[in-house]
Write a protein that binds this ligand. Structure first.
Ligand SMILES: Nc1ncnc2c1ncn2[C@@H]1O[C@H](COP(=O)(O)OP(=O)(O)OP(=O)(O)O)[C@@H](O)[C@H]1O
Ligand SMILES: [Mg+2]
Length: 258
């Protein structure tokens, strides 16, 4: 992308989007068209929420972003290999304690012991679990397990966090806490995120933009820019404007189901 500025000076923008979907499609091997031409780019430091009815292709989209599912059309450009994927299920290893679970991905990536220990210590501290480093998953609540999963994801200092309904199984209170936690992590670390959720209010709380998807066939119905996005400072959010955005999304989803 080029931007003309003063007189005839053209400044080349180096900060290209971290990930760009250009007419990306997915047809599964059984012939099912899960995602029809999909265009979206996510900037560095941007959080994009994805909402839409069950089966509209949200998981497929972020699996393609992760390289876990092959695209069958279009072009997908990802300008980093530093990814972390967070699922709805915290997927912790039952026989490993908190620290060991948090260090695991970095260990598998071949990060040396000292570096990963230091990164894990910071991450565990950030999610407020320093007192539970030695605890086993079964000794933790659902919210604590999800914190471990988040700590594990940020231990590798990812550029891009791909999150698939990570808080769906949590009670409402814990979920709100985790949303604040995620934004706090985002303020302290420079990652971008694609965040799938079935909760419109969660999509609006976390997203700089919200992608509303529709099904049959899976596609983007609208991309809405938040009137009061999270920022790096602690600017109070315009709750009224966010509520209006939620209603708009809600109306779109209700209309799209017919
Ligand atoms: N391996 C597969 N083979 C064939 N069809 C598939 C496969 N995986 C997913 N699908 C279909 O693709 C569509 C999109 O699935 P996907 O899991 O991406 O939806 P989703 O939006 O994440 O839904 P949910 O909100 O329920 O998680 C669905 O109709 C699903 O049945
Ligand atoms: Mg899904």
């Amino acid at each position: 992308m080029t931007t003309a500025t003063l007189a005839d000076v053209v400044v080349e923008e180096t900060a290209k989007p971290l990930i760009e979907f250009s007419r990306v499609e997915k047809t599964y091997s059984n012939g099912f068209q899960a995602v029809t031409p999909f265009d979206l780019s996510v900037d560095r430091g941007e959080i994009v929420s994805l909402v839409g009815p069950s089966g509209c292709g949200k998981t497929t989209v972020i699996r393609m972003a992760a390289g876990l599912s092959k695209i069958t059309g279009g072009t997908l450009t990802r300008r980093t290999d530093e990814l972390a994927y967070v699922f709805q299920d915290p997927t912790l290893l039952a026989w490993r304690n908190v620290r060991s679970n948090v260090e695991l991905v970095a260990k598998l990536k071949g990060v040396d012991k000292e570096t990963r220990r230091a990164a894990a210590t910071r991450a565990i501290e950030t999610v407020g679990l320093s007192a539970f480093e030695k605890a086993l998953p079964r000794q933790l609540s659902g919210g604590m397990k999800m914190r471990v999963s988040l700590a594990r994801a940020i231990t590798g200092s990812p550029d891009l966090l791909l999150m698939d309904e990570p808080f769906a199984a949590l009670d409402e209170f814990t979920r709100a806490t985790m949303q604040r936690e995620l934004l706090r992590l985002w303020r302290a670390n420079d990652f971008s995120a694609m965040f799938i959720t079935h909760s419109i209010s969660e999509a609006v709380t976390l997203g700089h933009r919200v992608v509303v998807m529709a099904s049959k066939p899976g596609r983007i119905a609208a991309v809405l820019t938040s009137p009061s996005p999270p920022d790096k400072g602690d600017t109070p959010r315009d709750e009224q404007a966010l509520a209006e955005l939620s209603s708009e999304i809600s109306a779109m989803l209700a209309g799209g189901e017919r």
